[in-house]
Ligand binder design. Structure first.
Ligand code: ZN
Ligand code: ZN
Length: 219
């Protein structure tokens, strides 16, 4: 009769338990009470049978295996939120659904790349902690995130443009016509009052707003 529970629902339940723990809810009342629903009973049973949770005195707890799984899911979700809001500049409220899907898609290696690329952010756009990964431990010895915005780049340094994000495609075309494109090497000469950079033998002044849309890697 009962359909097996799909993986996404199991993952969502693990995330919910993680968030309740994080918020300091000791008793997972709400979760248990909703288990009157036969579908939720099956969900809980599946999580117990798979070794992700255990129920003690009416309280749901993550097993060590459940913690590893939930931590990974939460980490991917919050990094995806950062990616959408910081890089693609989407409003925070618009990103949650996509971020929820992303966490099921991002592989472990991709997650590390995204985390490194974003500079190992400590929190998501909602201010919730991003669980740390292996890359974040290594990061302590590294100096800086791999990619930064031109507006935050070090004056006098040389960098290679990794990409340009703009809501206005004609702006990207104009930048490209100046030689400012993914793959170009530039030297950052001045930050204020206007942002000045050098490409080959040419110096170009940019509006500081545009400098925020250019991402580059120090070389
Ligand atoms: Zn968030
Ligand atoms: Zn990291």
């Amino acid at each position: 009769m009962n359909q097996p529970i799909d993986k996404e629902r199991l993952d969502e339940a693990l995330e919910l338990i993680w968030v309740l723990d994080e918020e300091g809810h000791r008793e997972h009342d709400r979760f248990i009470r909703s288990s009157d629903d036969p579908d939720n009973t099956l969900l809980l049973k599946t999580l117990i049978d798979d070794g992700f949770i255990l129920v003690e005195n009416g309280t749901v707890r993550l097993t060590p295996k459940g913690q590893v799984r939930a931590k990974g899911l939460i980490r991917r979700q919050r990094l995806a939120e950062r990616l959408f809001t910081d890089v693609f500049e989407m409003p925070v409220n618009a990103v949650l659904d996509d971020a929820c899907k992303m966490e099921h898609i991002l592989s472990e290696e991709l997650t590390e790349s995204v985390c490194t690329f974003l500079g190992h952010p400590p929190t998501c756009p909602h201010g919730k902690p991003v669980p740390r990964g292996e890359c974040c431990k290594k990061f302590r010895v590294d100096v800086a995130p791999v990619v930064t915005r031109l507006s935050e780049f070090e004056v006098g340094a040389t960098g290679k443009i990794t990409f340009i994000v703009s809501s206005d495609p004609s702006r990207i075309n104009r930048l490209n016509s100046l030689g400012i494109a993914a793959g170009s090497t530039i030297k950052y000469l001045q930050k204020t009052p206007s942002c000045i950079l050098q490409i080959d033998e040419t110096t170009v002044a940019l509006d500081p707003e545009i400098a925020k849309e250019i991402f580059l890697k120090k070389i």
